[in-house]
Design a protein around this ligand. Structure first.
Ligand code: GLC
Length: 787
């Protein structure tokens, strides 16, 4: 391709990139009230302001047009009625809610957002909102020297994105993911900025190609869209967790996954036959390595036709799915959007007859080359087509399948541009637009069609969906893996900030291909990666055709034993992880967190990309280099206990930590609690252990959540929500708990106990107001309770 040659630095390139000059919206001429907000009629364009909540303001500008207030399908929040005080002078309009102040200066239109006590959150200088002759819409904002930037969805590189530019244009990138490889598969035009511990966020609701630039200028950043309108939301914070809550209020939160989807998954491109899949399942069983899911990659299909099985390789898929289900293993097949052009193939026939495929304006179906050869692509922008596609999934649910893997849904096409012709027209529920205008929605809407179709067909069971491409709001339907990485140590390193930034962008259920997809892995890399994978929200080992097989036993017994131990650990930690999934479901918060999310006032955490937290009290500092057994670990304030050795580390500073290949540096904050199950196999657990890491001061509140893990009964409150608090003093630890579930759910635990680690000699233990003597075990004092 030309851009891969020296043509990329052709002297004429700069001119081509210039794209015309910026035109400001100009001076405010009049102001009108409409649609629950205010429209500012300016010299060159009109700008509309709306309050979605008292802490969320939306700004809309349509170039030379009355602002169209239609949102993309990413937005699910309804406009609330917010009390807004309006004050107007000759030069300025002040709009005040109880959480923020929007100040608009009129000559020219410039917008600032402030806290009620006058601290500036967002402001504009010489330039504000404008557009260019070529149809671009653009917005400039001031950048302070201390501003840090996070989010932007799935991006390579480090955690803090200051000094970078990012483009949002869903792209299938098989070439190695480098720090400069941009864009990738997902587009989430959203970021969070942190300034001295205070955070705000901006979501740019535009599905065409958008670009965020925090690099070109020192004191200003910008975001722009190639087409469409400037339509953005400001989230006023104040902490980074508040911003995520605000952003996911607008774009939605994840449903609770079925529990089996948060276990260990094994995949390969491809396990090519029924025998191979059965042998794989048997090996896991023989070796006693827990496994919840086996994936079927493209070889299961009849010449890559979706909704078919190859009759020679998979003669009896129903029996296969049933037999594996009896062993507690689910089968998840891949489903790509390309439908093979074949007049004798029912999905294609139906799609053509009922007008479900993307077409050119002139009426011809758009065809592109993907795995099945020439293929047509469903137009997911039309609800009618979403339903049609969703209904086809009965093909899988009738076989007993409960999870689907969506791939190539950028959409990827094997051509120079890597995607669909941008002049293709999408029906868009009666408001036709070109693919150029809607490109980034394709994966999200395929996910919606698939998830909703599966949900309809599963009669009250929760579906699981994995997707490669997506847009803001993708968390409502799917878990996201980070595409075709490679078996490089650098890719293990890069997966941490990538997943953390996805988490800060509302996508909590995420993880990379453990072991690396392309290239050959090795025992040490796979072992270190599996240790990390045991704590990433999504945990799947996947590898490419032609590479070494990389199941946990492929590199010898020493490595196998360590990987087995960490996969088991994943299962022991499930009650804790599931409670965090519940937090993602209710508040939008990520499970895998950068340290800055928990310690936004500690500047040392702002750029830490090689450590992460699970929830608010677990710190992980993996080893991500070959033959390294020592690393520096930064501990935030407090005291931290090594999960394996019990050694205590003083926080607020950096320590050197030793970790042989069998050890993942994993630390729990003193004075807190984690929920575990001692059962090391499968996601069905019968015993709950609440591990308290004793301290002599401080208090901690948390909750442990559980439900049947399988059905949608939790929608109506059938769950356990154990609210816990711990008060630590010199001579006493007082724990209290209460099950606050809204509706009776028969608890499956035969036993529940508190285990107190690191009690000081004369510390008494009280639970719900009663003194406990407990029983001493190797781990600490064990106190059995009923809940
Ligand atoms: C794409 C996917 C990869 C999959 C392969 C074959 O490269 O990213 O995960 O295995 O296609 O379907």
């Amino acid at each position: 391709m030309l851009e891969d040659t020296s043509f990329a630095i052709h002297p004429g390139q700069n001119q081509a990139m210039e794209n015309g000059s910026y035109r400001d919206v100009g001076t405010v001429k009049s102001i009108q009230k409409r649609d629950g907000g205010l429209t500012f009629i300016c010299d060159e364009a009109d700008i509309h302001l709306q309050f979605y909540r008292s802490d969320i303001v939306r700004v809309v500008m349509n170039q030379r047009d009355i602002p169209d207030l239609e949102s993309t399908p990413a937005v699910v929040a309804a406009l609330e009625s917010v009390n807004v005080g309006i004050e107007e002078t000759d030069s300025r309009v002040l709009l005040t809610t109880n959480r923020l102040v929007v100040s608009v200066s009129k000559q020219p239109f410039r917008l600032s957002v402030l806290t009620p006590d006058g601290q500036v959150i967002v402001s504009e200088g010489d330039r504000g909102i404008g557009f260019k002759e070529n149809g671009e819409v653009i917005c400039y904002k001031k950048m302070e020297p201390e501003d840090r930037f996070y989010g932007f969805g799935e991006k390579s590189g480090f955690l803090d994105k200051r000094g970078e530019t990012y483009t949002m244009w869903n792209t299938d990138v098989y070439a190695p993911h480098n720090p400069e490889t941009d864009p990738l598969y997902q587009s989430i035009p959203y970021f969070m900025a942190l300034r001295n511990g205070r955070a705000y966020g901006i979501y740019f609701d535009n599905p065409s190609k958008t670009t965020f630039d925090m690099k070109t200028e020192q004191e200003v950043y910008s975001f722009k869209g190639d087409s469409g309108k400037l339509d953005y939301y400001v989230f006023a914070g104040e902490g980074p967790k508040d911003v995520i809550e605000q952003y996911t209020h607008i774009t939605g939160r994840m449903p609770l996954p079925p529990k089996w989807a948060i276990g260990y998954h094994q995949s390969r491109y491809s396990y090519e036959s029924e025998e191979e899949v059965r042998a794989l399942a048997n090996t896991f069983k023989e070796k006693g390595i827990p496994l919840d899911v086996i994936y079927l990659d493209i070889h299961y299909m009849d010449e890559y036709r979706v909704f078919t099985f190859d009759k020679d390789r998979f003669p009896n898929p129903k029996k296969l799915v049933q037999d594996l289900r009896e062993e507690g293993i689910r089968v998840v097949p891949i489903v790509d959007p390309g439908v093979k052009k074949d007049p004798e193939y029912p999905a294609y026939q139906e799609g053509v007859r009922n007008d479900h495929f993307c077409k050119y304006l002139e009426g011809d179906i758009y065809f592109g080359d993907v795995w099945p050869g020439t293929s047509a692509f469903p137009d997911f922008t039309d609800e009618r087509t979403q339903e049609w596609w969703g209904n086809w999934h009965q093909f899988y649910t009738e076989l007993g399948i409960e999870g689907i893997w969506n791939d190539m849904n950028e959409p990827a096409v094997f051509n120079e541009t890597k995607t669909m012709d941008t002049s293709v027209i999408h029906k868009n529920d009666g408001d036709p637009k070109t693919h150029r205008q809607l490109h980034n929605l394709y994966g999200l809407l395929m996910g919606k069609a698939t998830y909703e179709g599966m949900e309809r067909n599963l009669n009250g069971k929760r579906p699981f969906l994995l997707t490669r491409a997506g847009f803001a709001g993708v968390q409502r339907y799917a878990s996201v893996w980070t595409g075709d990485n490679r078996s490089f140590w650098e890719h293990l390193q890069m997966s941490l900030p990538m997943c953390m930034n996805l988490g800060l962008s509302g996508v909590a259920f995420t993880g990379p291909d453990v072991g690396g997809f392309a290239h050959d892995t090795n025992g040490e890399l796979l072992t270190r990666w599996t240790q990390v994978g045991a704590f990433t929200p999504y945990f799947r080992n996947h590898s490419a055709i032609g590479t070494l097989y990389q199941e946990p036993w492929q590199f010898g017994e020493e490595y196998e034993a360590i990987m087995k131990r960490y996969i088991e650990l994943r299962y022991e930690w499930l009650p804790q992880l599931y409670s965090l999934f519940h937090e993602a479901h209710t508040k939008g918060l990520p499970i895998m967190r950068p340290l800055m999310l928990e310690y936004p006032r500690d500047a040392k955490t702002y750029a830490i990309h090689d450590q992460f937290m699970i929830g608010d009290n677990t710190l992980i500092a993996p080893i991500m280099q070959p033959e390294v057994t020592d690393r520096a670990v930064y501990f935030p304030e407090g005291e931290w206990i090594d999960y394996f050795s019990g050694k205590v580390y003083e926080g607020g500073t950096t320590h050197l930590v030793h970790a042989e290949l069998d050890t993942l540096p994993l630390f729990i904050k003193r004075g807190t609690l984690i929920a575990q199950s001692p059962i090391r196999t499968k996601t069905e657990q019968k015993e709950l252990e609440l591990h308290v890491y004793a301290h002599t001061k401080g208090s901690y509140n948390t909750s442990v959540y559980d439900d049947d893990g399988e059905t949608t009964n939790y929608y109506s409150g059938e769950a356990m929500k154990l609210n816990l608090s711990i008060q630590c003093k010199d001579h006493q630890i007082a724990i209290s708990y209460r099950n606050d579930n809204e509706m009776e759910w028969p608890l499956p635990y035969k036993k529940c106990s508190f285990i107190l680690h690191g009690l000081v000699d004369d510390q008494q233990v009280w639970v719900n107001g009663e003194r406990q003597s407990g029983v001493w075990t190797e781990q600490g004092l064990k106190v059995e309770v009923t809940i």
